[in-house]
Ligand binder design. Structure first.
Ligand code: HEM
Length: 174
């Protein structure tokens, strides 16, 4: 997984729980306490998953709480800073989410070793979207957290529910 994900997780963890807890999580996951991550570097998926698990234990939060906190931080703080251009066009949660399949394909097209998640969109009615998640990583809870973050970014009440290991239902308010 790209270092951007781990850098974002670290910024969030340091800000919410303190430097010590972040360093403790790194150590618990078998990494150096002084590990430093750059957006384009590759970090093995297994290490990232272990790190998330360690952070949950050290900070005493559940995986779902971690996923929601990560999704909120990525969409509202981290991504607008380093990937601001993708937020310029869309004016609603619906528009940004509809672009996510192509954004992931484009943003990773020239990144070595990227395996971006891909999405398929199936509209049940004009407000209800079934989003199919295609990734080997099984991070559906993080997907849910990210979608909730998009709702917050556009100040919209959207209802997000997991309806299987690879599908999420989103009900938009507009
Ligand atoms: C415009 C902002 C965004 C950018 C630039 C972006 C870019 C990226 C990048 C570079 C990765 C790492 C891919 C890899 O290492 O192979 C990633 C992972 C991921 N992104 Fe985004 N992303 C954005 C917003 C979102 C949103 C809003 C969602 C959900 C609707 C989302 C869903 C995911 C998921 C679930 C992963 C984890 C990897 C996986 O499940 O395989 N992203 N994204």
């Amino acid at each position: 997984m790209k270092g951007a994900i781990v850098q974002c997780l670290g910024d969030l963890a340091k800000g919410s729980f303190g430097n010590d807890k972040w360093e403790e999580s790194l150590e618990k996951a078998g990494m150096s306490r002084k590990s430093f991550f750059m957006p384009l570097q590759n970090v093995e998926d297994e290490k990232v998953l272990k790190l998330i698990d360690s952070l949950c234990k050290v900070a005493n939060i559940t995986p779902a709480q971690a996923a929601d906190a990560f999704g909120d931080y990525w969409v509202n703080i981290y991504a607008p800073k380093i990937y601001g251009m993708y937020f310029k066009g869309p004016t609603s949660a619906r528009e940004l989410i509809k672009k996510m399949d192509s954004v992931h394909a484009t943003v990773t097209a020239n990144m070595e070793n990227a395996h971006p998640p891909r999405f398929e969109y199936d509209w049940k009615d004009d407000k209800t979207l079934i989003m199919k998640y295609k990734s080997q990583r099984g991070l559906i809870d993080i997907l849910v957290g990210l979608i909730k973050g998009v709702g917050k970014y556009y100040k919209e009440e959207i209802k997000v529910s997991k309806i299987g290991s690879d599908k999420v239902q989103i009900i938009f308010s507009k």
